[in-house]
Design a protein around this ligand. Sequence first.
Ligand code: AMP
Length: 419
Amino acid sequence: MIKAITGTKDILPSEISKWYLLENTVKNIFSNYNYKEIRTPVFEETLLFSRSIGEGTDIVGKEMYTFSDRSETSITLKPEMTAGVVRAFIEHSLGKQQPLNKLFYISPMFRQERPQAGRLRQFHQFGGEALGSSSMLLDAELIHIAYEILRNLGLKDVRVKINSLGVPSSRENYKNILRKYLADKKNKLSEESRKRLDSNILRLFDSKIESDQEILRNAPLLIDYIDDESKKDFEQVKEFLGKLNVPFETDPALVRGLDYYTKTTFEIVSGKVGSQSALVGGGRYDLLAEQLGGDPTPGVGFAAGIERILLACENEGTLNQHDEKIDLYIVKLDKDLTSELLDLALNFRRKNISVDFDYLNRSVKAQMREANKLNARYVLFLGGEEYKSGSVNLKNMKTGDQKLFALKDFSEMVKIISQ
Ligand code: AMP
């Protein structure tokens, strides 16, 4: 039997209502803040990601799905969205049409990671990107939006963590200081961390290994070495978050993996999803547009993992599935009324009433069982003596009341069912 590829998941009809709820919440909240949706292709030129996310990162180094197509172009399935959004922003000169572009997306992403709870190879993210302003109002706004979405989904056990990475020059200076601090401790670091010393030294702070953490406990912190402007901006983010009533904590070890971040970084973590606890990650990326060949354009954004959020919802007991319902089930009493049945069903459906009926030649009793199983709000009996005199019985399944309607009073039935 052919099965789905490890790390990918089918989203079955029984789960889809939760996805709809989440997606509608995302669309509503973003639209309340006047963000417009953007959709970019699932695959891009590999260079886009290696140039933006950075060669030394886990994503580019070992997680991308990269292949050559028939024209020998190196293609990569998108592992994250920011690079694609900024590429589209430059390609379509969105910055020339308006100075500030506030964008959001919902999309599948692809990373060849070791699958485990909360970590998939095809997963879904929603996120927001604001391009064109250095104002910390946008950093705070995006954190606020992410927080609002999670709260609206009923999540309570979430914590917002923020930090500032400064600008690249202050970061380079700090990396040297950190390297000096670690020079005589190299041998005590884990193998993974020793590798990161050269490739991506800041990521040492992501190590979950106790002995690494012990060494880093007394390490100099980036936040003490960032430039004055970044410091001032960081204070502003905190002030705005306070005004927006978003509880947050500063976390000097929050470094995030991607090269393109400048100044603000943030994560929202859940206490209910195990070790893969980050639901949301984001930050400012003022140099990215220029790095990708566009005009200098400050930007800030976040990405949130939908599967992880749904897992958190499940573990917090929110988003409980409400019973699926259909409006109307038509029970056919006579076998030869198929054409009348189709007409009637079509007319109701065109009035925005959901209708189903029997396709399996079942008995009246079995059709009623099906109507109950589908949670039909109303059942219409088509056939018998009533039909011969131009009428049908309509039964309210909740109250059990049944009423006779002349077929020419179709709009009366529509009115009742639509209530
Ligand atoms: P990142 O771009 O790595 O900061 O990811 C942002 C968010 O996407 C994370 O906080 C997770 O919620 C989610 N995410 C990242 N990688 C995966 C994955 N492999 N499987 C499921 N969700 C993921």
